[in-house]
Design a protein around this ligand. Structure first.
Ligand SMILES: [Mg+2]
Length: 308
């Protein structure tokens, strides 16, 4: 474990470093409070710090206070090193954010034991954080394909629409399913069906940009939320529906869209059409968008909607 030793006294620093290195720890040192605070502010800051109370610059207790003032998922374990043995001082040190204290002159056995307590707390904290992240991942991702699940999709879509209304960077939503997917399951079994779904997610993901989001709505239905569709470098597939839609004189009347194969799979909703399908095209509503409308034959295949 990486440990910071901050002490202005050279002898004390050398003894502490010697004991901790012998226990297998990786030690970094600071000679005053300012240097200690600087080291603990870094992204790769040590997980445990031993801070002398009396140091030039910031006192150890002030370094504790500053460290605790910063929000962190993995706060370091802090041990104050002090010759101030008064109960009131100890209370003040703990209240400033120290986890433990060690009285000077310290006993090397006690030092090792207290650092060991700190190591256990730090490790427990890391395991809890890992478990929390795993739970958060499971709550927002589809177990089979690893794509975001429907619940996460609804949250992200609401944020994306809100951002689009503010910035007008372009927002595309593409929904697709696999034709006759049931036949795959019926003929080859669900194991193969699962492999098809995983492979499809791999194919779609390979075409997405870093900030595009793929979600599994359920079964064999997937949706992509793509923001910033007006920026340079946006894939043609995300920009094309908007251009075709704006050029087409009969974009909303159901005629003409089949002249291009892509039109069988995509439709455009202009700003005034937000939230409802164009005339003549009845689509399933998105999560949280009112009651379910009857799906038309085209919508059963695939949809892409541009907003703005
Ligand atoms: Mg000192």
């Amino acid at each position: 474990m990486r440990i910071l030793i901050a002490d202005d006294d050279l002898t004390s620093r050398l003894v502490l470093t010697g004991v901790l290195k012998k226990s297998g720890h990786d030690v970094v040192t600071a000679v005053d409070g300012d240097e200690a605070w600087e080291a603990m502010r870094q992204p790769d800051a040590p997980a445990l710090a031993i801070l002398d109370w009396m140091m030039p610059g910031l006192a150890g207790v002030e370094v504790c206070r500053r460290i605790r003032g910063r929000p962190s998922d993995q706060p370091p374990y802090l041990i104050l090193l002090t010759s101030r043995g008064e109960k009131a001082d100890i209370v003040a040190g703990l209240e400033a954010g120290a986890d433990d204290y060690l009285a000077k002159p310290f006993d090397s056995g006690e030092l090792r034991a207290r650092v060991d307590v700190g190591r256990r707390v730090v490790e427990l904290q890391a395991r809890l954080l890992e478990a929390r992240d795993e739970l958060a991942h499971e709550a927002t991702h589809d177990h089979l394909t690893g794509a975001l699940n429907r619940r996460a999709f609804a949250d992200i879509l609401a944020r994306a629409i809100s951002a689009e209304r503010r910035h007008h960077d372009g927002l595309a939503l593409g929904i697709c399913d696999i034709d006759t997917f049931k036949a795959v399951n019926d003929t080859h079994g669900h194991q193969v069906g699962d492999e098809v779904l995983v492979a499809l997610v791999g194919l779609i993901t390979a075409t997405l940009r870093g900030h595009d989001v793929l979600s599994r709505l359920g079964g064999d239905e997937f949706v992509v939320i793509a923001g910033h569709t007006r920026e340079r470098g946006c894939p043609e597939a995300l920009r094309a529906p908007a251009r075709r839609g704006r050029r087409s004189p009969d974009r909303n009347d159901g005629r003409g869209r089949d002249r291009h194969p892509e039109h069988r799979r995509q439709h455009v909703a202009r700003g005034r059409d937000r939230g409802r399908p164009p005339r003549g095209r009845r689509c399933r509503p998105l999560p949280g968008q009112g009651r379910r409308a009857e799906p038309g034959p085209t919508c059963r295949r695939a949809e892409a909607e541009l907003i703005g």
